[in-house]
Write a protein that binds this ligand. Structure first.
Ligand code: ATR
Length: 280
C-alpha cells in the first residue's frame, strides 16, 4: 500500500516541501506520497494519533506546531530537545514517536557544501534572534567557531537567546556595532525575513567584511537578495536560502527512509522549488 508522509502546519498552502520530497520518493522508486495537511491547533492531538496508529509514516512540522507537538510525542532527539522545537516526527522501531529538528543540520550541510573554504576558526555574525536563528546558532555550536555574535532589532531577545542556548560562545551585540563585528568574522548569516519579497530590505554596510567572509541569507525569494548581490559585488562567497530548506528536507527524508536513499540536492530539486516559488 502507498505509504503516506507529509507536512503539517497552519497555514500550510505555502509549503514547498512536497516539491522535493515527492521528487526524492519517485527518484528512489518508493511507493509513497508526501502531502500537505492543514492541521489546526485543536486537531493536532488527533493527527498525532494517526501517526501512532501507523496510518501516516512520518511528518514534517511547521508553524505553529513546532513546540506544541512536543508533549504529544514519546521522546525527543537531543537537537530537538536543545531547541525546544520539532520539525520532523519519526516512528521508531519500538513504535515510539520521536521528534527531531533537522533545520540546523540542513543549514550547516548546505553551507559546508557551497562554501567549503569557510573559516570555522573565525567568529560568526548572525542577524536575527527568532526560531531560525536558534536552529542556526545551535548548529554552529557543533563546529569549532569560537564566537557567535547575535545582532537583532530587539537586543533583549538576542540576549535571552544567547543565555538559553549559547553555551558561553554566543553573545548579543548591539546593531550599532555591526561594522566592528564583521571585521574579524568568517561568516555572516541573515536569519530574519528582511529582504524577502514584500518585506523591507535588509540595510547593512558590508564594507568592513574581510575578503574571505562567507555571506549566507536564509531568504530564498528572491534567490539573490540585495544582501547577497552586495556581497557578491565585493567578491565575497555567497550561499543562498534554498540550502536550509533543502537540507532540512534531505535530513528528514533520510530519517524516515534510511541513510542510503538517494537525495539529489542540486539543480533538479532547486529548479523544481524555484518554479513553485515563482508561481505563487
Ligand atoms: P523565525 O522563526 O522565522 O526566525 P521570528 O521568530 O518571528 O521568525 O523572528 C523573526 C526575526 O526577524 C527576529 O529576529 C526579528 O527581530 P525582533 O526580534 O526584533 O522582532 C527580525 N525582524 C523581523 N522584522 C524585522 C524588521 N522589520 N526589522 C528588523 N528585524 C526584523
Amino acid at each position: 500500500m502507498t505509504e503516506k508522509y507529509g507536512v503539517i502546519g497552519d497555514p500550510i498552502e505555502q509549503s514547498l516541501s512536497p516539491e522535493m520530497q515527492n521528487y526524492w520518493i519517485n527518484a528512489n522508486g518508493i511507493d509513497a506520497v508526501y502531502k500537505k495537511w492543514h492541521v489546526k491547533e485543536p486537531e493536532l492531538a488527533a493527527f498525532v494519533d494517526r501517526i501512532r496508529a501507523g496510518e501516516i509514516k512520518g511528518v514534517n512540522v511547521t508553524v505553529p506546531h513546532k513546540e506544541r507537538i512536543i508533549p504529544l510525542l514519546d521522546r525527543l532527539a537531543p537537537g530537538a530537545r536543545a531547541l525546544g522545537a520539532v520539525n520532523t516526527v519519526v516512528k521508531a522501531g519500538d513504535g515510539a514517536l520521536v521528534g527531531y529538528n533537522t533545520d540546523g543540520i540542513g543549514f550547516l550541510s548546505y553551507l559546508r557544501q557551497m562554501a567549503p573554504q569557510w573559516m570555522t576558526d573565525k567568529p560568526c555574525v548572525i542577524l536575527g534572534a527568532g526560531g531560525a536563528a536558534r536552529a542556526i546558532i545551535h548548529a554552529l555550536l557543533s563546529t569549532p567557531v569560537p564566537l557567535i555574535m547575535v545582532i537583532n532589532r530587539t537586543f533583549e531577545r538576542a540576549e535571552r537567546l544567547c543565555n538559553e542556548i549559547g553555551r558561553g560562545r554566543a553573545k548579543p551585540v548591539p546593531m550599532a556595532d555591526f561594522f566592528d563585528a564583521l571585521m574579524p568574522s568568517g561568516l555572516l548569516v541573515n536569519s530574519t525575513s528582511l529582504g524577502m519579497t514584500g518585506q523591507p530590505t535588509l540595510e547593512v554596510d558590508l564594507s568592513s567584511a574581510p575578503i574571505d567572509m562567507v555571506v549566507n541569507d536564509i531568504v530564498y525569494k528572491p534567490l539573490e537578495t540585495v544582501l547577497l548581490a552586495d556581497a557578491k559585488s565585493r567578491g565575497l562567497t555567497t550561499v543562498d536560502g534554498l540550502g536550509m530548506l533543502i537540507g532540512q528536507g534531505e535530513a528528514a527524508f533520510k530519517l524516515w527512509l534510511g541513510p542510503d536513499v538517494d537525495c539529489e540536492t542540486g539543480t533538479m530539486v532547486r529548479e523544481r522549488i524555484l518554479r513553485k516559488v515563482h508561481s505563487t
